[in-house]
Design a protein around this ligand. Structure first.
Ligand SMILES: [Zn+2]
Ligand SMILES: [Zn+2]
Length: 81
């Protein structure tokens, strides 16, 4: 799996963690952006290196484009909070 930030090419190490609005911290690429605690889907993911946000599927560089209609609706407004 070829995963890295589309803006700065930072590759998330396995020990990297992202925090959900519910307070849970997990490796977001293990679950394709879905919080395993509350089920919230993060359609955008923040880079821990450059701190910029990118659509989650843009981090995957060896996958065909994702059909967004098949992705569960998620809020993105929190991404900028
Ligand atoms: Zn980055
Ligand atoms: Zn959560």
């Amino acid at each position: 799996m070829d995963i890295y930030c589309p803006k700065c090419e930072w590759e998330p190490p396995s020990q990297a963690r992202w925090s959900c609005k519910c307070g849970h911290a997990w490796h977001t690429f293990d679950t394709h952006g879905r919080c395993p605690e509350c089920g919230h889907v993060w359609r955008e993911t923040q880079c821990l290196a450059c701190h910029r946000w990118s659509p989650h599927h843009d981090w995957y560089h060896d996958l065909p484009p994702v059909d967004l209609d098949e992705v569960e609706e998620g809020e993105t407004v929190e991404a900028y909070a």
